[in-house]
Design a protein around this ligand. Structure first.
Ligand SMILES: [Mg+2]
Length: 315
């Protein structure tokens, strides 16, 4: 690819992996353009993956960089996650950012200097009976599988079952799927099987591709960067790259190799691959320095939402 640096990179699962500095060198020609959009996934991108999904934490350097970007003129920051918007904002607490929760079913913006708990969420219109169906499936799975390794993430009208801590992942996945199939017998919910989780979403629910389209329409950026580690993020990469092909925007789709096993589904849709969240943080930090003219974020912006640390959603 002509935009890639010339030095031979290391590879992971057969894909070249680049450093944050190399990604910044690729981004550099775009950094004179305004407005700029910086969009990112959370899990495995801004946070290291952990066994307990409620234990995930944003890397401090990534938070600092995103806070600086969020107060940089003509620069917008958006977080796009499968988590609910409330969960997401409680974990990252970046004032002035847009939050697309549940892949984009929930949209919210946290004004600068406001508390995370004050987030007002707009829900995508979906048939109301999916709320009850998702809750009924959640209850059925909880009752059938009382083991402690099961984590049920309610984000109605969607629900996700995590079993990454199960002693036997394959058996856990089969048990969860069996209860889901027995409850949603006519398969109204769309199944999204993950590596160690099963997510159920209503048909037609916005996903990250639609979320990226929405962000491009809303912010009309001249340059856009999207970072993510999973198949869901690859849909956003596709939308960004298609917009770039159409001459609508410049920018980069940046994959993060947090899961080498899914890299073959993600890397082909990206322009460059970073090794992990630490490299994402270094990239964002460099971006913030370039775009902010080396300005440090103001104390007020760094403090935005800090007082709401105890408001973070937790199970
Ligand atoms: Mg992720």
């Amino acid at each position: 690819m002509e935009r890639r640096p010339s030095r031979d990179p290391v590879t992971l699962a057969g894909y070249p992996v680049h450093s944050a500095q190399e990604a910044l060198a690729l981004a550099a020609p775009m950094l004179d353009r305004r407005p700029v959009l910086v969009a990112s996934d959370f899990d495995g991108t801004l946070s290291h993956l952990v066994m307990d999904p409620w234990g995930a934490q944003v890397l401090p350097l990534a938070r600092q960089a995103l806070r600086a970007l969020a107060v940089t003129p003509d620069t917008s920051v958006a977080l796009i996650s499968g988590r609910t918007a409330n969960d997401l904002v409680g974990r990252v607490r970046i004032g002035g950012a847009t939050y697309l929760g549940n892949h984009g079913v929930e949209r919210a913006r946290l004004p600068r200097r406001s508390r995370a708990v004050s987030l007002r969420i707009e829900m995508a219109p979906l048939p109301p009976h999916f709320m009850a169906l998702a809750e009924a499936i959640a209850v059925a799975v909880e009752e059938a599988i009382p083991e402690s390794w099961l984590v049920v993430e309610r984000k109605l009208p969607a629900v996700a079952f995590h079993y990454r801590a199960a002693p036997d992942i394959a058996i856990a996945g089969m048990r969860v799927a069996a209860v889901v199939d027995a409850t949603d017998v006519d398969r109204q919910m769309v199944r999204f099987p993950g590596r160690r989780a099963l997510e159920l979403r209503p048909p037609g629910a916005p996903a990250k591709g639609e979320s990226m389209r929405h962000l491009l329409d809303e912010h009309r950026p001249a340059a856009a960067f999207m970072l993510g580690d999973d198949r869901y993020d690859a849909r956003a990469f596709e939308v960004l790259r298609a917009a770039r092909e159409a001459g609508e925007v410049d920018g980069l789709a940046i994959a993060v190799a947090s899961h080498p096993e899914v890299l073959p589904d993600v890397a082909p849709h990206a322009d460059i691959v970073l090794a992990g969240p630490s490299d994402v943080a270094a990239f964002l930090s460099g971006l913030a320095r370039h775009l902010g003219g080396h300005a440090r974020p103001s104390p007020a912006s760094l403090d935005s939402g800090r007082s709401s640390a105890d408001d973070a959603h937790s199970p």
